[in-house]
Design a protein around this ligand. Sequence first.
Ligand code: ADP
Ligand code: MG
Length: 250
Amino acid sequence: MTPLVQLDNVGVRLGGRDVLNDVSLTIRPGEFTGLIGPNGAGKTTLLRVILGLQATATGLVGTHASVGYVPQKLLIEPDMPLRVRDVVSLGIDGHKFGIRLPSRQRRALVNEMLEAVGADGYADARVGELSGGEQQRVMIAHALVSRPKLLLLDEPLASLDLASGHGIVDLLNRLARDEGIAILLSAHDMNPLLPVMDRIIYVAGGRVAVGAPDEVVQSDVLAKLYGHQVDVIRVHGRILVVAGADELVG
Ligand SMILES: Nc1ncnc2c1ncn2[C@@H]1O[C@H](COP(=O)(O)OP(=O)(O)O)[C@@H](O)[C@H]1O
Ligand SMILES: [Mg+2]
């Protein structure tokens, strides 16, 4: 199967510092991949490389698919006079549809996307008055309207309560299983993703380890990335990564 994304020995320098070194990875159709690592590890940088927004110092980047992106900071002002359906409709422009779609087709496409993410109940609400979880659904619909084969999401769970986070993970899992859309989602806590992840890209110390969660989340593998002792503790189906003396990082 042709990969959607392939990185070979990629390095990125930012502000005179090597932020990522020798990163190689592959993303295949329909896979749910977690991009896991502590704050400042380079997760957003790696997503920007895949999007072609971040220049690399070394290596090769191949992106062979249409990509949808839900950035980390949604920055939706409470008073912004935009309805949910307007935001999704904005995703149509400048993507696959070079010509302007007739308004009836636009409307049908927007409705279809809102239904797909479970946001049809508040299609006419102002985005600013929605909860964080509802706004995430709207931004996912905005990204999906261009029919990407790969959806990148930067820390979509970070500002959500447990129940909304679970709803978003469920939704993304369904998009991967039923629609075959590859999902690449960054997070500093891997636990909510353990039931759905096919693969992990674990970033730390500027390097990555890639593989099935069971292979990657091992003391010896992570110790190599962090460059010092790391303990991986499994308890009640959750994983704690304890790096160094007593610093909790995952
Ligand atoms: N434009 C920039 N100039 C200099 N350093 C940057 C820039 N953007 C990010 N960095 C640094 O690169 C590292 C990785 O950042 P980032 O990819 O945002 O991490 P993460 O998303 O995992 O929290 C951090 O140390 C950050 O300070
Ligand atoms: Mg980030």
